[in-house]
Design a protein around this ligand. Structure first.
Ligand code: IPM
Ligand code: MN
Length: 375
């Protein structure tokens, strides 16, 4: 018996997560375990009604769970940044979910916009750092008189106080945002990437950065990549600047095995990755703290305009559910979900709107449940 927190979130979040729950329950029944789902209301509706985003007590509650299953957050009724920062990023930071693992895998039967590329070309992992970089939330906008401030940055890895002062003319305005990377933070994510390569039998790790311009944050990143990489003599090491890799991921995706990237570049290149694997409707991810409670979600947003239309593709959420099962140690059940999804796509049993068909969101789970039961 596992206990999993479910946070459907906003927009289409609830309808996609319901399909995921159906499918995971079917896999659990088949492999002789069960999941107690604990539903949480956090998101735009709850915020607009109560003023509450994610209470601090929730963090403690989450630590008692075996995993967290998240739909999507974001709603046009709330200014950008509030729900994202106070719910999604708060969970990532407070639970120290330092790995954002995003497999980029084109499944057979799924069309890719890349000409002449197939499943044999598009199959790698992006390991995105998830707690540092330009996501630490350090920055401000200053007009006229405001000239200095200090930030107290509290993280699981460190505590930093950063003083900033700028001389501003009365009629001028400044905005700044500071990225912070620590040696420990770089080390643990880069090590995770090499360990993943080793575990999966993959022979190359590519490090993404912009060390030719952002020379401070990313020279530290490179130093650590050299050091950690030297412990893995059998794995090839390679660097790619972030601008160049957006080009290579389109031109020669078959060259990648494991890509490790700082937080913000990882955000950007995984949307590109999602597209080449068949679209955001298929791209899953895990926010992981190895050995501890971790959170699984689709890469895509809440797509509020599709709410209730049946057009949202729940497969990304369902594949994130498979990652959840693998994380809690139910490998066979995870495989069963992946196999069912793969088969349904190849045989054309599931063709959601984004894939050019008419399968409704709420039909997807039922199709897969049947296949898992029979398979
Ligand atoms: C993602 C999303 C989030 C991010 C947003 C919603 C804060 O785009 O998970 O990729 O930037 O990490
Ligand atoms: Mn993103």
């Amino acid at each position: 018996m596992y206990k999993v927190a479910v946070i459907p979130g906003d927009g289409t979040g609830e309808e996609i997560i319901k399909e995921g729950v159906k499918v995971l329950d079917a896999a659990a029944r088949k492999y002789g375990f069960s999941i107690e789902w604990v539903w949480y209301p956090w998101g735009a509706d709850h915020y607009l009604k109560t003023g509450e985003l994610l209470p601090d007590s929730a963090i403690e509650e989450m630590k008692e769970m075996d995993a967290i299953y998240l739909g999507a957050v974001g709603d046009p009724r709330v200014p950008p940044g509030i729900l994202e920062k106070e719910i999604l990023l708060k969970l990532r930071f407070e639970l120290d979910l330092y790995v954002n693992l995003r497999p980029i895998k084109l499944l057979p039967g799924v069309p890719t916009p890349l000409k002449d590329k197939g499943p044999e070309h598009i199959n790698f992992y992006v390991v995105r750092e998830n707690t540092e970089d330009f996501y630490v939330g350090l920055g401000d906008r200053w007009k006229g008189s405001r000239r200095e401030t200090s930030f107290d940055l509290k993280r699981n890895l460190y505590r930093a106080k950063i003083d900033v002062s700028v001389n501003i003319e009365p009629d001028d305005e400044y905005a700044f945002q500071i990225g912070v990377n620590s040696r420990k933070g770089c080390e643990r994510i880069i090590r995770y990437a090499f360990e993943l390569a080793k575990k999966k039998g993959l022979n190359k790790v590519t490090a993404v950065d912009k060390a030719n311009v952002l020379t401070n944050v990313y020279s530290l990143w490179r130093d650590v990549f050299e050091k950690v990489g030297s412990e893995y003599p059998d794995i090839e090491k390679e660097y790619a600047f972030v601008d160049a890799i957006t080009m290579w991921m389109v031109k020669t995706p078959e060259n990648y095995r494991v890509i490790v990237t700082p937080n913000m570049f990882g955000d950007i290149i995984t949307d590109l990755g999602a597209m080449i694997q068949g679209g955001l409707g298929l791209a899953a991810g895990g926010n992981i703290n190895p050995g501890n409670v971790s959170m699984f979600e689709p890469i895509h947003g809440s797509a509020p305009k599709y709410k209730g239309t049946g057009k949202a593709n729940p497969l990304a959420t369902i594949m994130a559910g498979a990652m959840l099962l693998e994380h809690i140690g139910e490998d066979e059940a995870a495989k069963a979900v992946e196999t069912a999804v793969g088969k349904a796509l190849v045989e054309g049993r599931i063709k959601t709107y984004d894939l050019g068909g008419e399968t409704k969101t709420w039909e997807v789970g039922d199709i897969l449940v049947k296949m898992i039961e029979e398979g």
